[in-house]
Design a protein. Sequence first.
Length: 346
Amino acid sequence: MNLTLLTSSSLTGKLFRVARTAITAASLGLMTLSAAGAQDYPEMTLKFGHPYNENHPLAKGAQKFADEIGEKSGGKIKIQVYANSTIGSSRELVEAAQIGVVDFALVPTTNVASFYSPLDIFYLPFLFRDSEHAYAVSDGPVGQSLYDGLQKATGIHTLAMYESGFRTITTRDKKIEMPDDMKGVKFRVVNNPLNVATFKALGANPTPMALSEVFTGLQQGTVDGQDNPVGNVKAFGFDKVQGNITLSRHQWAGIMFLASDKLWQSATDSAKELFTATALETQDWEREALNAVEASYLKEMESDGMTVTRLTPEQAAAFQAAMEPVWDEYREKIGAELIQSAVDTK
């Protein structure tokens, strides 16, 4: 069954996600029952790159995917996972997937948006009400239309959407409680114009920098702060060189599970079904794992002396109001109708 037939307004959010998973699992199950199993898979050795520390739930999700593919294929499909940007930064991994040098990659939506601009919708500040809203958008018709558009524009396939959670603001010395506190702060941002615009709106001095360079930049004072989800702050050791963390939750960081078109064109139907089903299974596992450790990470950081600032509703509203110019700038670039569809998703 073609998934594009399901992208109607009557099938949204969690229902769409369940349907997508069920269809893939059913096709995989039928294939397994009707055939002898692992012998249907070709011998393959594949590369999977991502920028995350091995202890991060994202890295563990990638490794779990590789392990399960190996097990389900009877050892025929081997996937070597390269963590910590060892085979490229986020942008370089997208380029490598585009030309088929890398078979799979985990890359934040904001980096992929440099290759397909409608994906900027995921980083509109304060678009998502909560995690369930983010999942409903990313896993439902809005997300599927974006993944179809990315595939048509670049050839890259999206198999799933992992996450690193809602982004926070960290600084070395300055406690951030209101938008004005950001004025003049030398601040590392993701190398994407929308992220630069977001922190310019707060009066900061945004400096684009690859994730692999952030710790050194903070340590040496090249930048005084940065924004990342709690899991990234802990996994990359930013808490060791930052004294303050503000739980601003200004953007949700969806992490796209990408597959190269070169792989997709060469793989058998049985292999593609296996990749898709397993990516969706590990997507759900990774999200659960990430959310399970965030509270403990915060407790550890607080115990180690980091000041944790939890915004009041009034403070959060002030940040949201300060970032409204970003919506004004990007509404037409992304598409007002697409944005409204995401806002309305339940």
